[in-house]
Design a protein around this ligand. Structure first.
Ligand SMILES: [Ca+2]
Ligand SMILES: [Ca+2]
Length: 336
């Protein structure tokens, strides 16, 4: 309930809005009512009556103390959200009380400026029963207005309070390889927004990770009137390819020598996704044997010197073969 009122001296009192019951004047008197009250000691305030408690026992008054100028327009409002009754004078909350249970509807007509239809207007001892002065823009809502809405009704611009922290959204750009490893420079930038109030941000500048790392956390923190927010991006970078090494190659071999080559593949940071190095990290060996000496050939003075060349060729091919295929190979020198 809300209304502009202009009261006359000396009494501030008077009902602004009332939804009284019909029938005997016993509690609960009203479904609801909003009234100004001034006791004879001069204490002024705004009260809201609410029929509650199952409709059988109570009508309660919830008052807030405050003053306003006689013969000046003042804004009065009362709200109930099902839990708390609040009263406002000129947009400022002047009182509140916890009331659970909702409003008990007791029927009857709605009155402005009068508590109930059978009030004896000649009784000065019950000033709250009637209103003396002017009244404008009386409003009733089927919901509880917020403080900001009431301020606006009272003519005071109001920015709603910020109740939500900033929103932080990271953007990560880079080439993502396997298992979450970046294989290029990685840039992290942040989008920090809060449409409700000013933001203070820390650690939210753009960052580029240009060296390999097994793991780094980058955190952006931001605060607004709505609270604090923090987001962390964890990333790892390995832009250095694996190292493959062959060892054991003696370079030259004698006939019947054993050739043993070991392939080693490794990566000191992210490890290996896959290895196709033949017999990786295991020794591959086979023996080169010279063909049996055929003895002197009366027709030819010498056999071709192709043995060693063919043997090397055989050994080179064997490097790429699987273990099951490995074994002794015999190089066969052909004679003409
Ligand atoms: Ca916010
Ligand atoms: Ca690496």
């Amino acid at each position: 309930m809300a209304a502009w009122v202009k009261t006359e001296a000396p009494w501030y009192s008077g009902t602004v809005v009332s939804k009284p019951k019909t029938g005997p004047w016993v509690p609960p008197y009203n479904s609801y009512s909003l009234y100004l009250n001034t006791d004879q000691a001069g204490s002024a305030g705004l009260s809201m009556y609410l029929g509650y408690g199952g409709g059988t026992t109570y009508t309660a008054a919830f008052g807030g103390t405050g003053t306003w100028d006689v013969n000046e327009w003042a804004h009065m409002a009362g709200t109930y959200d099902g839990n708390v009754v609040r009263s406002f004078i000129n947009g400022v909350e002047v009182g509140s009380v916890l009331v659970q249970g909702g409003i008990t509807q007791v029927g009857g007509d709605l009155f402005f400026g009068l508590q109930r239809p059978d009030v004896d207007l000649s009784r000065p001892q019950y000033p709250w029963e009637k209103f003396k002065g002017a009244m404008d823009e009386v409003r009733l809502y089927d919901r509880a207005l917020g403080e900001c809405e009431i301020k606006e009704l009272a003519g005071t611009p109001c920015v709603p309070p910020d109740t939500t922290p900033p929103v932080i959204v990271p953007t990560v750009t880079g080439t993502l390889g396997g298992a979450g490893w970046y294989t290029s420079d990685v840039t992290v930038s942040w989008d920090v927004t809060d449409p409700d109030s000013d933001v203070t941000a820390t650690g939210c500048d753009e960052v580029t990770i240009s060296t390999d790392t097994a793991g780094v956390d980058i955190t952006c923190q931001a605060s607004s009137e709505g609270g604090d927010a923090s987001e962390t991006v964890s990333l790892k970078r390995d832009a250095t390819p694996p190292v493959i090494q062959f060892s054991g190659n003696a370079g030259t071999y004698a006939a019947d020598a054993t050739l043993a080559i070991t392939c080693t593949a490794g990566d000191i940071l992210s490890g290996l996704d896959s290895v196709t190095c033949p017999e990786a990290n295991a020794e591959t060996s086979f023996t080169i044997e010279a063909p049996p000496d055929p003895g002197p050939d009366p027709g030819k003075s010498k056999s071709k010197k192709s043995k060693s060349g063919k043997s090397k060729s055989a050994s080179a091919k064997s490097d790429s073969k699987s273990k099951s295929q490995k074994g002794k190979k015999r190089s066969r020198g052909r004679r003409r």
